[in-house]
Design a binder for this molecule. Structure first.
Ligand SMILES: [Zn+2]
Length: 260
């Protein structure tokens, strides 16, 4: 995206380097031209909308009542993976992992409305068209960039202390991005004709670019995945699906929704 031209955003902010440590801040200069500033606004809105929809998912799925029932007073740690804190039992950890997966599924269903509005907006808004392109593969482009923006957000929230472990409530950002790709695709294709092959190519290409950039600033360490990382992503995803068979009905008495 072109970075030349008059600056529309020109300021400094104290950036929180690690969400686990709010004290460690770095002064970041934000200098963006009009289209980059617009893009930053769209992608940050996608991520904040996803967070809100995810929390709505926890409420609608009955996880708040479930948490009190199964674990007593406590809270779901959304904003960072604090694996060094209070240890949970294996069963509680696995149940929470299923809850996060289900809250993500609800979030994707709700966020698909936002994605659809962006696709519509390409036809009437010059800046949206400049951001996503207006010639071809528009639904696939909007969807792919949404997924990649969420991956960047998950990677940041995971924190610079990233480790591949099984005792976090949230899966590795790349695992989450891959199943969210499938969930968002399923929800959005109800309204738009989406070519899944093109979507896969775009997501893979932009995820690769972004992973390089995130590794460069130490926000992501893919070394734990090694060369087998695609099969490890599948292993993690399969594990979540099998845990869902065990814990998927744990909050049935409190949920507002039913899964088809
Ligand atoms: Zn959650």
């Amino acid at each position: 995206m072109n970075s030349s031209g008059k600056l529309e955003s020109h300021y400094s902010i104290p950036f929180i380097v690690d969400p686990i440590n709010f004290e460690a801040r770095r002064e970041w200069k934000i200098e963006l031209n009009a289209i980059r500033s617009f893009a930053a606004g769209v992608f940050s809105e996608i991520c904040s909308s996803f967070v809100i929809c995810h929390e709505v998912g926890h409420i609608a799925c009955g996880h708040i009542e479930g948490l009190k029932h199964f674990e007593g007073p406590g809270s779901l740690a959304e904003m960072a993976s604090m694996s060094g804190f209070k240890k949970k039992s294996k069963s509680n950890t696995e149940r929470r992992q299923v809850w996060e997966y289900d809250a993500d599924a609800v979030a994707c269903q709700l966020l698909s409305n936002y994605v659809s509005e962006l696709i519509d907006d390409v036809k009437v808004n010059k800046r949206t068209a400049e951001l996503f392109g207006s010639e071809e593969n528009i639904p696939e482009t909007v969807l792919a960039l949404t997924i990649v923006a969420l991956f960047a957000f998950f990677s940041y929230m995971r924190g610079v202390r990233y480790k591949l472990h099984f005792n976090s409530d949230h899966p590795h950002p790349i695992v989450r991005a891959c199943y969210i790709r499938n969930m968002l695709y399923t929800a959005t294709k109800e309204r738009w004709n989406i070519n899944s092959d093109i979507l896969m190519i775009l997501v893979d290409q932009w995820l690769d670019d972004l992973r390089d950039s995130l590794e460069h600033i130490d926000f992501l360490d893919d070394s734990a995945f090694g060369e087998d990382h695609m099969s490890l992503i599948d292993t993690h995803h399969d594990r979540l699906k099998s845990l869902r068979k065990v814990h998927g009905k744990s909050c049935d008495q409190w949920t507002w929704i039913s899964w088809s």
